[in-house]
Design a protein around this ligand. Structure first.
Ligand SMILES: [Zn+2]
Length: 105
């Protein structure tokens, strides 16, 4: 069982979330070649280690978060809001960066 520390809801089971995919993908410009779009949409690295992933808290606050997770151990080292504007507001309100609160109780 993976427990994700949602920045808005606290620790929740991963069953409350849906997996969104690799958060490191940079999509090409709209007028980029078909090959560039095919590569961005369909070709994925099968990372054996730490990767950044998007998750949607669909059965909670419905926010998208970026989870830094080891794909081998499932250890989560950081969770932050996917939207940078929301991340900045949350950090200003709490005085903490989102990675400061990722230690499970
Ligand atoms: Zn949440």
């Amino acid at each position: 069982m993976i427990r994700i520390n949602c920045p808005f809801c606290g620790f929740r089971d991963h069953s409350e979330f849906t997996y969104g995919g690799d958060a490191s993908i940079v999509f090409p410009d709209l007028d980029a070649s078909s090959e560039a779009w095919i590569d961005a949409v369909f070709h994925r690295d099968n990372i054996d280690g730490v990767q950044r992933e998007t998750w949607h808290h669909v059965h909670g606050c419905r926010m998208w978060v970026v989870v830094t997770r080891d794909t081998v151990t499932h250890e989560i080292s950081a969770v932050e809001p996917a939207h940078q504007g929301i991340k900045l507001v949350l950090e200003a309100m709490t005085g903490l960066s989102s990675s400061d609160e990722d230690q499970q109780p």
